[in-house]
Write a protein that binds this ligand. Sequence first.
Ligand code: ADP
Length: 169
Amino acid sequence: AKTLTKSHIFLPHLMAALEQVDETYIMVKPDGVQRGLVGEIISRFEKKGFKLTGLKLFQCPKDLAEEHYKDLNAKPFFPKLIEYITSGPVVCMAWEGVGVVASARKLIGSTNPLQAEPGTIRGDLAVQTGRNVVHGSDSPENGKREIALWFKEGEICQWTPAQEPWLRE
Ligand code: ADP
């Protein structure tokens, strides 16, 4: 048998350090708030094991909604989308973890809730694209951009969850 060297012992720590920790912006849209789904939606991410670093109830102004969805501003549904997002309070969240952006998109499901798999948030809780209850960033770059857009400095908390050693080896 090979002898166990220091580098063997520390390899898992090194590998963990190399795993990229991402951040994603998740938002319960006004329909999710009005339908009483805030707890249910937060719970999906919480139970999965991601770390909540920012959370607030917020009435989104029109200019912020337009900036958030600026890549879609040429789409025919854009005015209705802005009206929808500003129609009532939203719940803004920042979540952190290895692979959180892609994993959150999977937990959320397809844009059209009728095509979203059962077990996903949209698959379980919604029926129409225009009322699909939740937003999740589509890339790590957009995760950072959107958290910076929706949260002020001081609204994001860095902390170590007590469960961490029970989630990741
Ligand atoms: P996702 O939110 O799944 O990333 P998109 O970035 O394509 O999807 O679109 C952003 C949001 O715009 C959707 O979540 C939905 O609220 C709205 N939207 C997208 N396509 C349509 C559509 N065809 N009609 C109405 N609203 C739409």
